[in-house]
Design a protein around this ligand. Structure first.
Ligand code: AMP
Ligand code: TRP
Length: 328
């Protein structure tokens, strides 16, 4: 069966864009392929400088992944640092990629430029080697990623091919696949920008754990336009179109049908808020249950870590043997 790997960093609160654009596809796809989902806490360390931040964020994200419907019996959900083979293979991947190749990564150039006055860790630079380890450890055939991550999958392929050329056929060369198109959710206050946790204010971003009254308020204050016509047109009417997209993704009704049902913005906003609240209600309830039962959450993550480790340790063993490291 095709093996698929997706990873997400535990940095900041999960929002509606993450859910409708990506996470929902994880849940829908879990029965079609052999899926591994890593919460990549070691990647978050590239920009972490304080204690007790990454752990709680990891717990919260794990609870969300189970709450939205990832089934631990079917999908392998694990925390990267619970599987030490990631760091171990990461080093070997660093020795298989060149300084020049890493220097060409646009994400490194962007991130280091934005952190000009900040600490730029060496990890930020070597990050793609750890990402390559994440992928090849699981013999992943497919890695669903957005455009911003394509270059990292390309470099993973280059690293795997180089390793195989040097040491013999050992690693599966993965392919980047375009995830099934999810909704692209825009910021409620600035509907020409993607909804993001790093947006100007929280007012434009609906977090998965926002209480119903906060969600309602955010939608009622959503920026629209000065016309008075509900119509889907992302260029002329980005705010209204975003509401229609969100309502459609939350309710399952197509956006053109929905557009025909409204003549005013007020009811469209209210119904979109109600649909999102209804969509999130069971997720929030399950999340709360899991957060109240740390033992159960730890058990679920241990199941994932054990399954991940059994694959990862076999790969690392194969790599050591291919290189010809002295066995202990
Ligand atoms: P990020 O936390 O920005 O790295 O995003 C994690 C995942 O959520 C990625 O796969 C993104 O494609 C997806 N995503 C993030 N923001 C949005 C958005 N506003 N609309 C749709 N998908 C999004
Ligand atoms: N670099 C990815 C991001 O910033 C996260 C990530 C780490 C990843 N390891 C991965 C994604 C392996 C896919 C496969 O979003």
């Amino acid at each position: 069966m095709t093996r698929v790997l997706s990873c997400i960093q535990p940095t900041g609160a999960v929002h509606l864009g993450n859910l409708l654009g990506a996470l929902r596809n994880w849940v829908d796809g879990q029965h079609d392929k052999d899926v591994f989902h890593g919460i990549v806490d070691l990647h978050a360390l590239t920009v972490t400088t304080e204690p007790d931040v990454v752990g709680p964020a990891t717990t919260e994200l794990a609870a969300i992944l189970f709450a939205i419907g990832l089934d631990p019996e079917v999908a392998t959900v694990f925390v990267q640092s619970h599987v030490p083979e990631h760091s171990q293979l990461g080093w070997i991947m660093e020795c298989t990629v060149s300084f020049g190749e890493l220097s060409r990564m646009t994400q490194f150039k962007d991130k280091s430029a934005r952190r000009e006055a900040d600490f730029v860790s060496a990890g930020l630079f070597t990050y793609p080697a750890l990402q390559a380890a994440d992928i090849v450890l699981y013999d992943a055939n497919e890695v669903p990623v957005g455009d911003d991550q394509r270059q990292h999958i390309e470099i993973t392929r280059d690293i795997a091919i180089r390793f195989n050329n040097r040491f013999g056929d050992t690693l599966v060369v993965p392919e980047a696949v375009t995830p099934k198109a999810g909704a692209r959710v825009m910021d409620l206050q600035d509907p020409t920008s993607k909804m993001s946790k790093s947006g100007e204010t929280d007012a434009g971003c609906v977090f998965l754990l926002d209480p119903p009254e906060v969600i309602d308020k955010k939608f009622r204050r959503a920026v629209t336009d000065s016309e008075n016509e509900v119509r889907y047109d992302t260029v002329a009417k980005p705010g209204v179109s975003n509401l229609l997209d969100i309502l459609s993704a939350s309710s399952g009704t197509d956006r053109d049908t929905l557009a025909g049902q409204y003549s005013q913005y007020g009811p469209l906003k209210a119904d979109t808020a109600a649909a999102v609240i209804e969509l999130l209600q069971p997720v929030q309830a399950r999340h709360q249950e899991l957060m109240a039962d740390p033992g159960e959450l730890a058990r679920l993550l241990a199941v994932g870590a054990d399954r991940a480790r059994s694959v990862a340790s076999a790969t690392l063993e194969r790599v050591h043997r291919a290189i010809g490291l002295l066995p202990r």
